[in-house]
Design a protein around this ligand. Structure first.
Ligand code: ADP
Ligand code: MG
Length: 238
């Protein structure tokens, strides 16, 4: 897939300011994010690390507009998400973000190419163009010969590559991946990380959540979260 046209200066695609997230169950409140500031520019390859319970998935859900902030602000691709209702947010999410999850989240009854087509169905793209773009995305991840296979007929690594193709097919601004190699063996992990390297080289913005140092070191910038706060934010030495 081709890189986006270059602009004179990098665009800030994610901009969080003093973001807090409080979960409430009954009378119990828990502040999972306690004032997070984070800016990510177009084309960056960033990992978010932190121990279990530190707030990584909460942060991913907010970045992906899958949940709402308790306070603070979030500008996604230049738009303040507070200005949009749920339906508009769903549209923005579909256009700007491609998701990759630890558990692949493929529909078991659909073939690989049908799974990859789904974001284009939601975007209202016609059948023929959908099929063509989905097949191209699968080819891009090395699965051009597996279009008709259902997830159950593919290895874990292949399933995750189908999920990456699904994340890519709508040409989103950002790929958000939560523990994308968490369920994979070392060979498949290598395949998926090589794919992310290539996507980064072609100009994609990638935000990857992981607790594995080997995975984080493949990215260019490591943001460490602890107890709902950003503890450090460092470039990875080349
Ligand atoms: P991580 O992904 O880093 O393991 P999470 O973002 O999932 O951490 O969770 C951060 C904290 O928020 C944890 O203490 C967790 O128990 C709490 N938490 C997460 N989701 C909820 C929820 N829906 N309701 C209440 N507490 C939650
Ligand atoms: Mg998590």
């Amino acid at each position: 897939m081709s890189a986006r046209p270059s602009t004179t200066r990098p665009r800030t695609v994610i901009d969080l300011a003093d973001v807090r997230k409080t979960y409430r169950s009954g009378t119990i409140e828990f502040e999972a994010l306690r004032g997070v500031d984070l800016a990510i520019e177009e084309g960056e390859y960033v990992s978010i690390m932190g121990p279990s319970g530190s707030g990584k998935s909460t942060l991913m859900n907010l970045l992906g507009c899958l949940d709402t902030l308790t306070s603070g602000s979030y500008r996604l691709a230049g738009q303040d998400i507070a200005d949009h209702d749920e339906q508009e947010l769903a549209r923005i999410r579909n256009r700007e973000i491609g998701f990759v999850f630890q558990g692949f989240n493929l529909l078991p009854s659909l073939s690989a190419v049908q799974n990859v087509e789904l974001p284009l169905v939601y975007a209202g793209i016609g059948r023929e163009e959908r099929r063509e773009r989905a097949a191209r995305a699968l080819d891009r991840v090395g699965l051009g010969d597996r279009l008709a296979n259902r997830p159950g007929e593919l290895s874990g690594g292949q399933q995750q590559r189908v999920a990456v193709a699904r994340a890519l097919v709508g040409e989103p601004t950002i790929i958000l991946a939560d523990e994308p190699t968490g369920n994979l063996d070392s060979v498949s992990t290598g395949d998926v990380l090589r794919l992310f390297d290539e996507l980064h080289a072609s100009g994609r913005t990638i935000v990857l959540i992981t607790h594995e140092p080997e995975v984080a070191e493949r990215t260019r910038r490591i943001v460490r979260v602890r107890d709902g706060l950003i503890q450090s934010d460092e470039a990875v030495a080349a």
